[in-house]
Design a protein around this ligand. Structure first.
Ligand code: URA
Length: 192
């Protein structure tokens, strides 16, 4: 097991590798790779699908409209600040036009996500949207069937919820489910 200083060093090293990565076509259209942001020692990691236009511009995850909804969900629960969570994506470079990442792009990129998770060893991974939920749980069921419970018997717990872009489209009923899933993830992360 790495001590905290070694974890931070390794996470910085992984971010550097991501910034230089040319393992799939997405590197050709990116402005910035988006390795992730937040506390490298967090107990809770949130994983989205891939950067959008704002994220590509700034090199930071969830800084556009979806990010604002995520901020709202985090603030409403109130137990963790955004800065106490680590937030990242399955693919670290923006898919053109925000399309779903292709299987070969996920395959090329997911070793970075797994390296981040095995370095951090968080208690909980909250997957937002089916790309993250399916990549991390290995289950291909629709999100409606995956959300709302711990999908993993081992550590870390894996909780799935809707992607904020779906929450933005569908409104209150979906946002309420996202709040409930976030609350479950937070409870598992903060459990004694
Ligand atoms: N959508 C994602 O899946 N990730 C981001 O970082 C932003 C929007």
């Amino acid at each position: 097991m790495l001590d905290n200083a070694a974890k931070v060093d390794r996470m910085i090293q992984i971010s550097g590798e991501i910034a230089l990565c040319r393992q799939c076509e997405l590197c050709n259209s990116r402005k910035n790779a988006v390795p992730g942001d937040g506390d490298f020692l967090a107990k809770l990691v949130i994983v989205g699908e891939g950067p959008g236009a704002w994220e590509d511009e700034q090199g930071l995850p969830f800084v556009g409209r979806s990010g604002k909804l995520l901020d709202q969900v985090i603030a409403k629960d109130g137990r963790l600040k955004r800065s106490e969570i680590f937030i990242t994506n399955v693919v670290k470079c923006r898919p053109p036009g925000n399309r779903t990442p292709l299987p070969e792009e996920i395959l090329a990129c997911k070793s970075f996500l797994f390296a981040q998770l095995s370095t951090m060893r968080p208690r909980v991974v909250l997957c937002m949207g089916s790309t993250a939920a399916q990549t991390l749980s290995g289950q291909l069921a629709p999100l409606t069937r995956l959300r709302g419970r711990n999908l993993s018997g081992l550590s870390p717990a894996i909780v799935a919820t809707y992607h904020p872009s779906y929450g933005l489209r569908m409104g209150d009923s979906v946002v309420k489910l996202m709040e409930s899933d976030f609350s479950l993830a937070c409870s598992l992360a903060l459990e004694a």
